[in-house]
Write a protein that binds this ligand. Structure first.
Ligand SMILES: NC(=O)c1ccc[n+]([C@@H]2O[C@H](COP(=O)([O-])OP(=O)(O)OC[C@H]3O[C@@H](n4cnc5c(N)ncnc54)[C@H](OP(=O)(O)O)[C@@H]3O)[C@@H](O)[C@H]2O)c1
Length: 214
């Protein structure tokens, strides 16, 4: 697949590297340091390169991995995202971990992911990776003993979700369909609770969330 990464920090760099390793074509974008982007692309391998936000947005699948205050700006800079699958891992978590900001300042009632869908109504927004830690994504393996953590994802487009499920599995996680995009309201809150628990238990970042079945 052709994947554009907007936000090449902890999450974007880690996920992009894993996708490039799995054979996907990856463009890394959005950094204050162009050289960092180039070095990141080189380290990710032959199927990766650095580009602009617009280069990333021209791919089939876009990962939004920026902090909430930058979200609206980067979505506007991307140009048309009509028909694209847009994965967002953007969290509404307050920077001091005290709670959940939920959505942009213009609408505090809905989730960040729904806000993204409102900003780009003709794209297929899927929320994923919110309950994962970048440190685990960057580590050699996602394995915890004999288990692999779950990555919950939600969205309104069935085909887009199937593709995202494969991309989650390419990263070494179990994919769990959490439902429609509406579920992002509680998934983002779960992610906040998970981060707070990780910090208060002093287990951060060596934790993986798993949906157990029987
Ligand atoms: N970290 C996690 O474990 C985790 C887990 C789940 C969800 N999330 C969410 O994922 C999103 C990205 O998190 P992250 O940890 O990957 O963040 P990060 O490492 O700080 O990456 C942010 C990206 O935005 C870029 N950027 C460009 N202009 C910026 C500016 N003026 N100020 C700040 N950054 C700027 C950064 O580029 P440069 O720094 O290279 O300039 C970097 O590529 C956030 O919404 C976060 O809540 C994070």
């Amino acid at each position: 697949m052709k994947i554009g990464i907007i936000g090449a920090g902890n999450m974007g760099a880690g996920l992009g590297k894993l996708w490039a390793k799995a054979g996907h074509q990856v463009i890394f974008s959005y950094s204050r340091d162009e050289d960092k982007l180039r070095k990141l692309a080189t380290s990710a391998g032959a199927t990766a390169k650095a580009g602009t936000i617009q280069d990333a947005a021209a791919q089939d699948i876009i990962l939004l991995a920026v902090w909430l205050p930058a979200l609206e700006e980067v979505v506007h800079a991307a140009g048309s995202l009509d028909g694209k699958i847009v994965i967002t891992c953007v969290s509404g978590l307050q920077p001091d971990f005290t709670g959940q900001a939920m959505g942009l300042a213009t609408d505090l009632k809905i989730s960040v992911a729904e806000t993204v869908q409102q900003l780009i109504p003709n794209s297929k927004v899927v929320e994923a990776f919110n309950t994962t830690f970048a440190e685990i994504i960057a580590s050699d393996s996602r394995q915890f003993g004999s288990d692999f953590p779950s990555v919950f994802y939600c969205g309104n487009d069935v085909k887009a979700k199937q593709i995202v499920a494969h991309l989650i599995e390419d990263c070494g996680y179990e994919s769990v369909d959490a439902g429609d995009l509406l579920v992002a309201r509680t998934l983002e809150t779960l992610a906040t609770a998970w981060v707070q628990f990780a910090v208060s238990s002093q287990l951060f970042p060596n934790l993986g969330l798993k949906a157990l079945r029987r």
